[in-house]
Design a protein around this ligand. Sequence first.
Ligand SMILES: Nc1ncnc2c1ncn2[C@@H]1O[C@H](COP(=O)(O)OP(=O)(O)O)[C@@H](O)[C@H]1O
Ligand SMILES: Cc1cn([C@H]2C[C@H](O)[C@@H](COP(=O)(O)O)O2)c(=O)[nH]c1=O
Length: 232
Amino acid sequence: MAELVFFTGTMDCGKSTLALQMDHNHAARGRGGLLLTRFDRAGEAVISSRLGLRRPAVEVHDGTDLWAEVARRRTQGTRVDYLVCDEAQFYAPAQVEQLARVVDEMDVDVFAYGITTDFRTRLFPGSQRLLELADRVQVLQVEALCWCGARATHNARTLDGAMVLEGDQVVVGDVAEDGSPAAAPGEVGYEVLCRRHHRRGETAAAAHAAALSPDVLPFGDADPAGRPDAPA
Ligand SMILES: Nc1ncnc2c1ncn2[C@@H]1O[C@H](COP(=O)(O)OP(=O)(O)O)[C@@H](O)[C@H]1O
Ligand SMILES: Cc1cn([C@H]2C[C@H](O)[C@@H](COP(=O)(O)O)O2)c(=O)[nH]c1=O
């Protein structure tokens, strides 16, 4: 029996990589797949992973009817046994309902990949519908990490290294790599954080700046109790 499965996790936890691996494995066994995406960082009509894999995909637009997309291909004789739906948080709730109908009435597996919550920790409408309708929700095993080393559970939006809480829900962007800035000065970037640091708005840059602040620098003549200005 076909299934609607929602694979989820923070940004940068390997969702697109898994999406392309899933397609590879099913295609290798002779199954026909249809790849879909919306607003991939690499551009239109492509699924791209940070590990370098990329595959052409159908771009989902506001008015795309996913039921009709599958039905049309099957009517034309194209084999469609499964769908791989990347960046599914950006799909409209109605499109998620179309996916559920494809599973139930066409017996086509749907593997959807996306983040659940936005930079304000609120559910994306598409992800909410997926959580409501999926046969299974699978949280990715590869954990993205906060700068403090704890498991990252939340996606922060940053501007010049500082966390921001104002702005549109959808702004395509990337996370920082190897300590480099997530985005050019004045451009939106993202950073994954544990809940504690998301609540406090403490990004890696903020933590770094705080560590360099003279207020917290250890002094050579500080007393053992930690009072930096204790008399010698
Ligand atoms: N140079 C690298 N070497 C090994 N793994 C990497 C490298 N760059 C990225 N990755 C892996 O790729 C993951 C991001 O994959 P991706 O599919 O793009 O994530 P998502 O779609 O969830 O944003 C990272 O969590 C990391 O595990
Ligand atoms: C948190 C958050 C993210 N986005 C965008 C940023 C990226 O383009 C995608 C997530 O891609 P990934 O493959 O999971 O890294 O979503 C957004 O538009 N709004 C947000 O609040």
